[in-house]
Design a protein. Structure first.
Ligand code: ADP
Ligand code: MG
Length: 471
């Protein structure tokens, strides 16, 4: 008569040959044989999750191997011993392993309760439900739709209805900073929780994931770390570009990604670049990011900005005239976060000076804080604007009689071309009056000196700059 160890060892030999090394290590190496009574083998597991996982994914294999060792009416039960907890009563499964149906020995209906490892909880604190790490302010109600986000927003809404089963898996949201990636990803998570409260939703940004992983490695808890993430139904990983160059973290995420994707769990990723443009990520990971839908967020147009800014002002209960919001929608145009920065500065100034927000205050704050990043300047356009200002022609057939003004216009145009474009000094010289590099250096020096010493000249250069920026 074989003992429990021998029976389990024989099973393991077969199992090991049939599954990949990582899964073997992560799941089967964690359970130990406890006893064998007749044809009932009891395995001890350190967590409910491991039992559930084995049941869900390896039941066929397990059934076959057990039948081979113990006969057709082999039975299996688990004893779950959670670290730091007293031994749980053994869950008894008196039924023989059914012929075609997997045995589900877990007693919990949903996975929202976990025992043991949770990287989001400080050691020593009670480890209750997984907190999805979602902020209610990022709900869909607060996410204004526009052409800039239509595709991503609508994909997000259908994912929230049916997480994991739409073809948008993974959903990869990309766009530059401040365009609403985090907001949208969180909105999807919140909506899933609203429509499917039992689903385990988890939001984490790539840096936090990296820290948790590093700490798990140090504490020898990598398997627990993997198990934790593989329990999630909807995983939101924000700013995945931060994985660049982190090969170990990438490998681990890769395992989690594959496991979740195979089990039809939803994955949502955000990045400031599209998958083709992210550097420092392994090709096998990048190719997976393109399996579902890649949706880009672009800069909102004027109407959408107006709607977003109005919504924000109204939600925060800020008393501000609509003409001011219109002005802001026009001037603060590169991203929404920039608008929030301006709004905060306005509020601070209004509170500090005990004044209401006036147009004058707004113009001042905008001029001080908003760099006109949208605008692309060229040497040619700068030269033309400066010549217009002095009412002189910008082509070479310039009148000899206004030589002094022409020289000044060229010097000022060279000064702005140097600070507002990336063009080389030699090329600036060539485009403005066919001069050389040394002339441009001299021109810039002259303009700077005059600006410091001559108040009228200073104001004139400032006026030209305003004209350039408002064109
Ligand atoms: P990202 O993650 O792309 O850098 P965020 O999601 O943090 O950007 O968005 C920056 C700010 O702009 C947030 O406060 C967010 O609420 C707001 N925002 C962005 N897009 C919208 C939108 N379509 N509707 C309402 N608020 C938005
Ligand atoms: Mg973000």
């Amino acid at each position: 008569m074989l003992g429990h160890k021998e029976v389990w060892d024989s099973c393991l030999r077969i199992i090991r040959d049939n599954i990949n090394e990582e899964s073997y290590k992560a799941f089967f190496e964690k359970v130990t044989p406890l006893r064998l009574e007749g044809n009932m083998l009891t395995l001890q597991s350190p967590s409910q999750f491991i039992c559930d996982y084995i049941e869900e994914h390896y039941i066929d294999l397990l059934r076959k191997t057990l039948r081979k060792e113990l006969g057709a009416d082999a039975k299996l039960q688990y004893s779950i011993v959670v670290a730091g907890e007293a031994t749980r009563p053994v869950q008894s499964n008196s039924e023989p392993i059914p012929r075609n149906k997997p045995v589900l020995l877990s007693t919990t209906g949903s996975n929202t309760r976990i025992k043991g490892f949770n990287p989001f909880v400080m050691p020593g604190l009670p480890n209750l439900e997984i907190d999805p790490q979602l902020n209610p302010k990022y709900a869909f109600e607060n996410y204004i739709e526009g052409a800039c986000n239509k595709l991503a927003r609508n994909a997000g809404l259908s994912i929230a209805q049916n997480p994991g089963v739409t073809s948008f898996n993974p959903l990869f949201i990309n766009g530059s900073t401040g365009l609403g990636k985090t907001h949208l990803a969180q909105a999807i998570g919140l909506e899933v929780k609203k429509l499917h409260p039992d689903k385990v939703v988890l939001y984490v940004n790539a840096n936090k994931f990296k820290e948790q992983y590093t700490s798990a490695v140090q504490k020898n808890e990598t398997n627990n770390f993997l198990h934790f993430y593989q329990m999630v139904d909807v995983l939101i990983l924000d700013d995945v570009h931060d994985f660049a160059g982190q090969t170990k973290t990438q490998d681990t995420f890769f395992l989690i990604f594959d496991q979740l994707h195979r089990s039809k769990k939803q994955i949502i990723l955000t990045s400031d670049k599209s998958p083709v443009d992210i550097e420092g990520l392994e090709p096998r990971i990048l190719s997976r990011f393109k399996w579902g839908l890649v949706a880009e967020l672009s800069v909102p147009d004027y109407e959408t900005r107006l709607a977003i800014y109005r919504h924000k002002v109204q939600k925060d209960g800020i008393d501000i005239d609509d003409s001011i919001i219109e002005y802001l929608a026009d001037k603060v145009s590169s991203n929404v976060r920039e608008f929030e920065g301006v709004l905060n500065r306005l509020l601070a100034e209004a509170t500090f000076n005990r004044k209401s927000i006036s147009m004058e205050m707004v113009v001042n704050v905008v001029n001080k804080n908003i760099k006109n990043t949208q605008k692309e300047f060229t040497v040619d356009s700068i030269y033309k604007t400066v010549c217009d200002y002095f009412k002189i022609p910008s082509d070479d057939a310039q009148s000899k009689t206004r030589k002094r003004e022409i020289v000044q216009a060229r010097q000022i145009a060279m000064h702005f071309s140097k600070s507002m474009t990336k063009t080389s000094l030699a090329s600036i010289g060539a485009q403005i009056g066919g001069k050389n590099h040394a002339t441009v250096v001299h021109a810039c020096k002259t303009v700077n000196n005059l600006m410091e010493t001559d108040r009228n000249f200073f104001e004139m250069v400032n006026n030209i700059e305003k004209k350039l920026r408002s064109n």
